[in-house]
Design a binder for this molecule. Structure first.
Ligand code: 2F8
Ligand code: CA
Length: 342
């Protein structure tokens, strides 16, 4: 009977759910199921004692029955048993004792097995509780990990969103940068042009200021301004070369007549030296600025080099503006006209 109870207990342990085993009343449930009070050896010993008592009682009843009901071992008239009957009873008693001894050995083995199982159960329970604790720890860690994962997912989503916005912003900024670089290139070109213009204008302004200062200065000294030229009508008579030196000292030179308009203006100053001579090569008339004579206003018959005449004057006998020059010896003392440019 005890072995069957233990087997049922094992089956019940296997049938119990994990949650049942994890609970504090798991062992109570098992022992309640096999009908024995809480697991202790006293209950088992009490069971064994009852079983042995029952066996003794059964044995005693068998003996009494044999003696009372005259089975094969009936007593004789004087109350004694026949030797054959006695032998049979002894044999039965020996068999019963042998059975009793076998049962005792089996009970001892069962008790030993039971004790081993109790110890194993205790170890298993300890291991079970340890595993339960570990399970709780793992479940707690899992829960925390899930929370962290949720937080990380949330953070990842936010970062991903920010990243997309940054990429859009980066793309927009890149476009703006390209446009600004193009504008910068255009503006840089315009700045270069404006700087050139500014530089030219500054140069022109400085030149104009210089020319204006020069104009003011020379006009204050009696120079006449006409068509970008300044003319000094000198009142002292000098040779052609002395006259030229005088003009050079004043930052000018003898007048160069470039066109008929200038000639008409100068015609009012008769017997004045002009900056034309052929002193280098006879017959090759050149102006003091180094240019050769192209447009000339000689009097008819002039230049005639009458008596080594290598310098030109505005003649006293000029009949018209275009017929006014005469060549005369350079050594003659004459008035002279200086010309400067502004
Ligand atoms: O004094 C020199 C001068 O003499 C004359 O002019 C008054 C000559 N004119 C003619 O021969 C027509 C000039 O050629 C000469 O230079
Ligand atoms: Ca002459």
């Amino acid at each position: 009977m005890a072995q069957g109870a233990f087997e049922r207990m094992d089956n019940d342990m296997e049938d119990m759910s994990y949650e049942d085993q994890a609970g504090g009343n798991a062992s109570s449930k098992i022992w309640n199921k096999i009908g024995i009070a809480r697991s202790n050896k006293q209950g088992l010993y009490r069971l064994a004692t009852v079983a042995l008592g029952l066996l003794c009682l059964i044995l005693l009843m068998v003996i009494i029955s044999r003696q009372t009901h005259g089975s094969p071992a009936e007593a004789t008239a004087d109350g004694r048993f026949e030797p054959q009957t006695y032998d049979n009873l002894s044999l039965e008693i020996d068999q019963l004792q042998s059975s009793y001894s076998d049962l005792n050995r089996q009970m001892a083995l069962l008790i030993s097995s039971h004790n081993i199982l109790i110890e194993e159960k205790a170890l298993l329970l300890v291991r079970y509780h340890n595993l339960t604790d570990q399970k709780h720890l793992v479940e707690t860690s899992l829960h925390q990990l899930l929370l962290q994962k949720a937080q990380l997912d949330d953070r990842y989503n936010k970062l991903d969103s920010e990243n997309r916005q940054l990429q859009i912003s980066y793309s927009n900024l890149n476009s703006s940068k390209s446009e600004l670089q193009t504008r910068n290139s255009v503006l840089t070109g315009e700045i270069g042009q404006l700087q050139n213009r500014y530089s030219n204008l500054t140069r022109e302004r400085d030149d104009l200021l210089k020319r204006n200062a020069k104009l003011d200065s020379k006009m204050a000294a009696g120079w006449i301004f006409k068509d970008s030229s300044l003319y000094k009508i000198n009142s002292a008579k000098k040779s052609w070369h002395a006259s030229r030196d005088s003009c050079l000292k004043m930052g000018a030179d003898l007048v160069v007549v470039n066109n008929i308009d200038e000639q008409k203006f100068l015609l009012q100053y008769k017997r004045y030296w002009i900056g034309l001579s052929d002193t280098e090569t006879e017959g090759v008339w050149t102006w003091v600025d180094g240019t050769e004579l192209t447009t000339s206003f000689w009097r008819p018959g002039e230049p005639n080099n009458a008596g080594d005449e290598d310098c030109a004057e505005i003649s006293i006998d000029a009949s018209s503006p275009s017929q006014a020059w005469n060549d005369v010896p350079c050594s003659q003392a004459k008035l002279y006209i200086c010309e400067d440019h502004v």
